[in-house]
Design a binder for this molecule. Sequence first.
Ligand SMILES: Nc1nc2c(c(=O)[nH]1)N[C@H]1C(S)=C(S)[C@@H](COP(=O)(O)OP(=O)(O)OC[C@H]3O[C@@H](n4cnc5c(N)ncnc54)[C@H](O)[C@@H]3O)O[C@H]1N2
Ligand code: MOO
Length: 393
Amino acid sequence: MISVAEALERLFALVEPLEAEQVPLREAAGRVLAADAVASRNQPPFSASAMDGYAVRAAEVTPGARFRVIGEAPAGRRFAGRVGPGEAVRIFTGAPMPHGADRVVIQEDTTREGEAVIITGTPGPGPHVRPAGADFHAGDRLAAPRRLSAADVALIAAMNLPEVQVARRPGVAILSTGDELVMPGEDPGEDQIVASNAFGLKALLEAEGAEARLLPVARDTDESLRAGFELAADADLILTVGGASVGDHDLVAPVAQALGMDTAFYKVAMRPGKPLMAGRLGAAAMIGLPGNPVSAIVCGTVFVAPVIRKMLGLGAAPAPRRRAALARGVARNGPREHYMRARLTPHGLDPFDSQDSALLSLLAEADALLIRPPEDGPREAGEPVDYIPLPRP
Ligand SMILES: Nc1nc2c(c(=O)[nH]1)N[C@H]1C(S)=C(S)[C@@H](COP(=O)(O)OP(=O)(O)OC[C@H]3O[C@@H](n4cnc5c(N)ncnc54)[C@H](O)[C@@H]3O)O[C@H]1N2
Ligand code: MOO
């Protein structure tokens, strides 16, 4: 059996970053920028007032000073003239500074008397002026690759770019397999269960930026699995769920191999998730996930999400880890890397008593996958350990 790190390397070797596509900026949030966004202008494009008040010459600002108001500068319209000695222009936030003025006195520090304005407060150091290009200059870049946040999208809009180049979303086809499965909302027979895994995986991978579709459940027969693989053929990544182990009805590997899958590995020294398989099937990468619900989501987090990130051009890196102290001691680990479902508490990382890979209710309560390296420990409360945070929307 290969290690988790080796499996991840072999998975990365199966995929390449996808091509870019142009999208309107209003649809760009969450997408991965594929080409630098380059500002086409300075921001602000002119030196601008940061406050509502009066634009004057800084050297003349003293308590009690009196100015003649010679005009007005609202945002969007520069005062046409020039501010000379003893003169002021009524100005508003965002307006271009008039020529001659280099300081704004905020209106709270003034009193207006007809055509005159008097400094009646004690103005601070000022100058309440934003120089041209204070935010960014023409030619400045927001560098790719980068997942676009709300702030990034606003910045690109300010750069005056209505469209951006982003990585195409990886198309993922998810094929659940098993005679025991029905879709949520159907009427399960007494010996049947609901196919939950595909829903969790779709949500997980779409949060990463993939476009995932659920195929009809394949039955544990050659023909049904072949039909499922056929429906998935145009995907960038085919994910099967279940039928990966050694039972008589675990047909995913034999059918995929009969269809010409070039196998990259089968079985990983991890818990849960041991019967993971991967390879190339036609133009698509294929990952065969174990059927146990927690195993499927753990493998989705540890393997599939990093593969999606590589396809999006974000590089080949494992799921980000953090470190925390153990809230309580843990026994020595066995030979497989263990991803224990745990809760982050004020006292540290607290693994659940039960680590059964069928228990979705516990996975839903977990904030973290506590990582136990092979043969690690035993470890006491307070010792630092690595974990993968489980994102909550
Ligand atoms: N003799 C052995 N038996 C098993 C081994 C082993 O090494 N030797 N490995 C165990 C491990 S570890 C796992 S994990 C499971 C995984 O097996 P499969 O990938 O073949 O999964 P299935 O047998 O099809 O299903 C396991 C379990 O999960 C349920 N399931 C399947 N698909 C879904 C789905 N889409 N949504 C919800 N639940 C699903 C299924 O009903 C079973 O209860 O094998 C162990 N056995
Ligand atoms: O490896 Mo299995 O995935 O323990 O449940």
